[in-house]
Design a protein around this ligand. Structure first.
Ligand code: NAD
Length: 249
C-alpha cells in the first residue's frame, strides 16, 4: 500500500512509542514524514530507521508546549517539503499523583504539553491542511472517556483534546479538513515503561485500565492512525477510536 505517496505528514512525539510507530508506518506507505520530538536523538533514530527501510523522513527538535517552537517546526516542515497533508499529534506526558497532593506546576506542565501543545500544532498547521484537504489525528486516551485514578491532570488534558478535536472537525468539515482522535489503552511504550504511582494508589482500581487481551505494541495504534489520515478515512471526522483491547467495552 502506498496511500501516502507524494504526501507530507508531520508527526509529533515521533521519537518513541506510538509516534515512532506511526512515523515508520506512514513512511512505509510512501509518505514523507517530518519527525518532531523534544528529544532530538530519539527523533533522529526514527529517521534513521525509516531511511534503512528506504523511506523519506527528517527530524526536528521542538517543544510542543512552546508556541514559537511549534511555529518554527511547521515553517521548517513547509520549507523542507513544500506542503502538509497530515498532522499526527502524539507528543504527550503522563504522571500519577494523589489528587490532594497534585502540585499546580505538575498540573500546568501536563496541560501545557498534552492540551495546549496539541492546540498550537493544530492552529499552525490548519492553513496548510486547508490547501491539501488534509487531516489531523490527535492522541486522546481511554482516560478521556473513563476515570483514571490519580490521573487528574492527564485525564483533564485528554478530555480537552477530545473536545477540541470535535470542534475542529465541525468547524472545518465543509472546507475539507478532517480531525479525529485515537484513544489508546495499555500500549507498551516508553510512557508506560517508566510509570510510578503515589503511595495512596489503590491498585484494585487499575484493572479498569488494563486491556482484556493484554498490553500491545504501538504498531496496533499506528495502523489505525494511518487509516484515519489516509483517504480510507475520507468520511470519518470528529470521531474517537478506542484502541484499548476492549477495556471500556
Ligand atoms: P512515549 O512516551 O513513548 O512517547 C512520547 C513522545 O513524546 C516521546 O518521544 C517524548 O520525547 C515526546 N515528548 C514529550 N514531551 C514533549 C514535548 N514537550 N515536545 C515534543 N515532544 C515531546 O508515549 P506513547 O505511549 O507513545 O504516547 C503517545 C501518545 O499517546 C501520548 O499523547 C499519550 O498520552 C497517548 N496515549 C498513550 C497510551 C499508552 O498506553 N501508551 C494510552 C493512551 C494515550
Amino acid at each position: 500500500m502506498q496511500r501516502f505517496k507524494g504526501k507530507v505528514v508531520l508527526v509529533t512525539g515521533a521519537g518513541s512509542g506510538i509516534g515512532r510507530a506511526s512515523a515508520t508506518r506512514l513512511a512505509a506507505e510512501g509518505g514523507s514524514v517530518f519527525c518532531v520530538d523534544l528529544d532530538g536523538d530519539a527523533a533522529a533514530a526514527t529517521v534513521a530507521e525509516i531511511a534503512r527501510e528506504g523511506g523519506s523522513a527528517s527530524a526536528w527538535v521542538c517543544d510542543v508546549g512552546n508556541e514559537s517552537s511549534v511555529c518554527e517546526a511547521i515553517e521548517a516542515c513547509i520549507e523542507a517539503y513544500g506542503s502538509l497533508f497530515g498532522l499526527v499529534n502524539m507528543a504527550g506526558i503522563l504522571r500519577f499523583d494523589d489528587t490532594q497532593e497534585l502540585q499546580t506546576e505538575q498540573w500546568q506542565k501536563i496541560i501545557d504539553v498534552n492540551l495546549t501543545g496539541t492546540m498550537f500544532l493544530c492552529r499552525a498547521a490548519l492553513p496548510h491542511l486547508l490547501e491539501t484537504k488534509g487531516s489531523i489525528v490527535n492522541a486522546a486516551s481511554t482516560a478521556a472517556l473513563s476515570g483514571l485514578p490519580c490521573g487528574l491532570a492527564y485525564s483533564a488534558s485528554k478530555g480537552g483534546v477530545l473536545a477540541m478535536t470535535r470542534s475542529i472537525a465541525v468547524e472545518y468539515a465543509k472546507r475539507g479538513v478532517r480531525a479525529n482522535c485515537i484513544c489508546p489503552g495499555d500500549i507498551n511504550t516508553g510512557m508506560t515503561d517508566k510509570l510510578t504511582f503515589p503511595e495512596t494508589m489503590d491498585y484494585k482500581l487499575m484493572p479498569r485500565i488494563m486491556s482484556l487481551s493484554g498490553a500491545k505494541d504501538p504498531e496496533v495504534v499506528a495502523g489505525v492512525i494511518a487509516m484515519l489520515v489516509s483517504d480510507d478515512g475520507a468520511h470519518i471526522t470528529g470521531e474517537d477510536i478506542r484502541v484499548d483491547g476492549g477495556t471500556l467495552s
